[in-house]
Design a protein around this ligand. Sequence first.
Ligand code: 5GP
Length: 194
Amino acid sequence: MKLLEDRIRKDGLIKEGNILKVDAFLNHQMDVELFDEMGKEFRRLFADRPINKILTIEASGIGIACVVAQSFHVPVVFAKKAKSLNIDGEVFTSKVESFTHKRVYDIIVSKKYLSPDDHVLVIDDFLANGCAVMGLIELINASGATLEGVGIAIEKGFQSGGAMIREKGIHLESLAIVESMDWTTGSIEFRSQE
Ligand code: 5GP
């Protein structure tokens, strides 16, 4: 999606350790009109899927997921990062290793909000090694809901998550795929997409 690639070139900051900072429009200050365009694009890309729910993970996925959900006219559920886990049977749980914080945490969704009737689109801001998305997919599988696809704003194509998810036959759409980036020069290349 050219609009997003142009915005990353303009306002993105490349940090040491393969981190792309997009705080100016996505992760801290949020450009809701850009999110709206992203939502329309996801709607187009997943038009053939009977999506009735969007699932994301706190915190940075929530803003995008809410705006995307307006394009689909469906509710958003966000997986919560559980500080202390008391498994009382009321929640689905899985584990996620944080790429940015390098630690493992539990995520939970109440059983009230995911069920076998649901057809779910997973939305997140970044795809790196795929841990966050796989954690969300585990919750969907545990609930008996159907995974209809995964929509990502920015995929770092040089990390393993995208290939792993596509190899599983999951319908993955990333609006911008960073092929390479160099924090020493600030250069960034995107994978060309139709
Ligand atoms: P993964 O689980 O795919 O390894 O990493 C995805 C998660 O880590 C996303 O939810 C995102 O919050 C965070 N993340 C991974 N890489 C980056 C990055 O380069 N920049 C930012 N801002 N967040 C990232």
